[in-house]
Design a protein. Sequence first.
Length: 149
Amino acid sequence: MPLLDIFKKKKKEEKPKKEEKPKKEVKETKEPEKKEVKGEIKAPKLAVSRERRVVKGEAYKTLKGPHVTEKASDLTTKNQYVFKVWPKTNKVAVKRAVEEVFGVDVLGVKIVNVPQKKRRLGKAQGFRAGYKKALVKIKEGQKIEILPR
């Protein structure tokens, strides 16, 4: 009866083993020999830490945007620009981000942590949010166009 055959265990058929193909031989290519020049000093290769690598397109994790006030606009005459930054940002990250986004040479960065302030409206009491801002000084003769005209 063919119906009862479905309940019987089928014998495993032995599959023929695959024959191993011989691996292709890799030909070694010779690099051109470099002639050593007397007095030439070879610089040792230095290990680059992960923190020093610049990852393109990571500036959004550092800069929130420009801090536009009268005082900030007056600082542009001294080649200083003010940006709002994320709370865990440090000076090195701000420097890298500004150099990457605006293509200028940053001479120095100062960071100010502006605290939250109490505010009241009648009986209701709350806080105005604090933030972190960075003052960036750039090289003389360079300019950052924050607000397009």
